[in-house]
Design a protein around this ligand. Structure first.
Ligand code: CUA
Length: 307
């Protein structure tokens, strides 16, 4: 397993997550307070049994059982609803738009560029800090749910429909995103990393991503083409233009393999290619355990060189 970045809704690094965490703490505090009072009354009733004044008892039941809960619940509901408009406020014009498509069991990620072009990557999302980003979410197959607990709330990804989600990361760092809707065998292995960086850093990253791979005559590229990897995977700048699986143009620069299942190292990549189904049961990618020796080494070296 990769060294896990934060995946806690209470370890907040975004405006939406902060509001949701605050709401949770307010609900929790009020709940604990009321629980203590109820337990106190129960202890009192055990310690002092016997006759109580009928009038006072009735007042306690109506006051504590009807009036008090009505007021408290109404107040909490009002507070809860008050943060909704804030969470649903539209993003300012010019915000970074990121399209994410849920696919069993990985994430297709597309960046819209200011010049109208797009850049595709997978299983890793980079965002500029202290700016709103708008996500356009959909699915290619079943219902998935897009959730970066440290940044904000979750949103369903539904086939044939585009849902929108606004996030506002406030802290530079790496966070983990997950699929939050059971979607089949590898649901629990459908994660991604979110890298929040400064605007300048982000621009540099996005510019890098727009570049095609350098089309060198690497023996690993021959293996990639000969073994049919290009039927599913694209490497922009080469003849590999498959669209079924993740775009691998900048694979070597990514943090993980297999939708945040393994850290991206040469050793893990060897394992991923040969023991795919053992590493991620249910995965759609076929296992290539016939690739070995120098062929495997060349392929791994080539893929890791795509930075
Ligand atoms: Cu996709 Cu759960």
């Amino acid at each position: 397993m990769p060294v896990s970045p934060s995946q806690s809704a209470l370890d907040t690094a975004g405006e939406g997550a902060k509001q949701i965490a605050d709401l949770f703490y307010v609900m929790l505090s009020v709940g604990v307070l009321i629980w203590l009072v109820v337990i106190g009354l129960m202890i009192y009733a055990i310690l002092y049994p016997g006759q109580h004044d009928a009038k006072k008892t009735q007042l306690l039941v109506i006051g504590g059982g009807v009036v008090f809960p009505t007021i408290v619940l109404a107040a909490l509901l009002t507070y809860g609803l008050s943060i909704l408009p804030e969470l649903q406020r539209p993003v300012p014009a010019g915000s970074q738009v990121v399209e994410v498509v849920g696919v069993r069991w990985w994430w297709r990620v597309r960046y819209r560029l200011p010049d109208g072009g797009t850049v595709e990557t997978a299983n890793e999302i980079h965002l500029p800090a202290d700016e709103a980003a708008e996500f356009k979410l959909t699915s290619e197959d079943v219902i998935h749910s897009f959730w970066i607990p440290s940044l904000g709330g979750k949103m369903d990804m539904i086939p044939g429909r585009e849902n929108r989600l606004k996030l506002f990361p406030t802290k530079v760092g790496v966070y983990r995103g997950v699929c939050a809707e059971f979607c089949g065998a590898a649901h629990a292995q459908m994660s991604f990393d979110v890298v929040v960086r400064s605007r300048a850093d982000f621009d540099r990253w996005l510019t890098d991503q727009t570049q095609d791979a350098i089309d060198v005559p690497h023996p690993g590229k021959q293996v990639f083409l000969r073994r049919g990897c290009s039927a599913c995977h694209a490497i922009r700048g080469t003849v590999a233009d498959g669209v079924v699986g993740p775009d691998l143009t900048h694979f070597g620069s990514r943090r993980s393999i297999g939708a945040a299942v393994l850290d991206n190292t040469a050793e893990h990549l060897r394992r991923w290619i040969r023991e795919t189904h053992e590493v991620k049961p249910g995965v759609e990618m076929p296992e290539f355990d016939s690739i070995e020796g120098t062929e495997l080494e060349a392929l791994v070296e080539y893929l890791e060189s795509l930075r």
